[in-house]
Design a protein around this ligand. Structure first.
Ligand code: SF4
Ligand code: SF4
Ligand code: SF4
Length: 311
């Protein structure tokens, strides 16, 4: 028997036996909150926001790492789990800048969404907060450590592509941070600006810099497009405002689909009304470049020109 039937918040649901509780709940329209979970990434159960009560178990369980079982009875919004979620969210907000008004991520930030859902607010306090370190070295990515909630999704998604593994955790306890290589800036590091990490970051700790100030999620239209630069056909989104296509961003990385800078730049050139200057990394430094060079077309154009000259 490949399916199991369980009860979640009083509703019966039948799902494949390799599902976890988050996936089973989603089938019946119940969203269990989670910050570190992504169905395409290794499950780590780090944020603990997805805790649920299971009848017969004294401890609460993380719904991302608990597989469904025949006859299981799950409560996803009991008083006990709601109180635990509120505590987790409060600790995160206490260590977070109160910056939603101007944050590029507002409107699609999961921390903002769940704080609203569970009525948790920023509090005044004199305790320590995360260091306000912003890496502005890349023209493609803004990395703001003060907003990082250490979910690790960026680390796991970068490592999914063979040979990348640029990001990792460094430091201990309160001083834990996400770093590029041996704590280099993004410019100095081996980062290839694919923006996979930006795409999975649930908060405003990693931002697509070419989006900054142009539009936010509620403020325009978003259209999904396939990249035309190679056969992978990675997914990108074109963001429009007032009838103009203003930005392109990488969307939904999966294993085996690398996303890449060339693909994003190709999509920018094809779809944007005013494409921004492209940059290329050379010897650990970002430099302005031409579209021909950014897209690796210089040799092709030269060859076409010399072939036509010979006619
Ligand atoms: S990351 Fe989220 S919670 Fe933090 S300032 Fe931005 S929108 Fe607000
Ligand atoms: S942009 Fe790509 S290569 Fe760079 S850190 Fe993010 S996932 Fe890794
Ligand atoms: S940068 Fe974003 S994805 Fe990476 S650990 Fe921090 S919050 Fe998570």
């Amino acid at each position: 028997m490949n399916n199991v039937t369980l009860t979640i918040d009083g509703q019966k649901v039948t799902v494949p036996r390799d599902y976890n509780i988050i996936q089973a709940a989603k089938r019946i329209g119940i969203e269990i909150p989670a910050l570190c979970y992504d169905p395409n990434l290794e499950i780590v159960g780090a944020c603990r926001l997805c805790v649920v009560e299971i009848e017969g178990s004294r401890k609460v369980q993380t719904a991302c790492s608990t597989k469904v079982k025949e006859g299981m009875v799950v409560h996803t919004e009991s008083e006990r789990v709601v109180n635990l979620r509120r505590e987790i969210l409060q600790l995160l907000l206490d260590n977070h800048p109160n910056d939603c008004l101007t944050c590029q991520k507002a409107g699609e930030c999961l921390l903002q969404k769940y704080a609203y859902r569970y009525d948790v607010k920023f509090r005044e306090h004199d305790g320590a907060r995360r260091a306000n370190f912003v890496d502005t070295s890349s023209p493609y990515i803004l990395k703001d450590d003060s907003k990082c909630i250490l979910c690790g999704k960026c680390v796991r998604t970068c490592a999914q592509v063979y040979d990348r593994k640029v990001l990792s955790f460094a430091g201990r306890g309160f001083n834990t941070r996400i770093v590029a290589d041996a704590d280099y800036s993004l410019e100095e590091s081996t980062c290839v600006s694919c923006n996979r990490c930006v795409t999975v970051c649930p908060v405003g700790a990693l931002i697509d810099r070419r989006l900054l100030g142009k539009t936010r999620v509620w403020d325009g239209e978003i259209k999904g497009v396939k990249c035309k630069a190679c056969d992978y056909g990675c997914n990108f989104e074109v963001l429009s405002k007032n009838g103009k296509n203003v930005a392109v961003r990488a969307k939904s990385p999966t294993e085996g689909r690398p996303l890449c800078l060339k693909g994003r730049l190709t999509t920018e050139l094809l779809y944007l009304d005013k494409p921004e200057t492209p940059y290329k990394k050379e010897d650990g430094e970002f430099k302005e470049t031409t579209w021909k060079e950014a897209l690796g077309l210089e040799d092709i154009f030269e060859k076409i020109a010399s072939t036509e000259d010979k006619k």
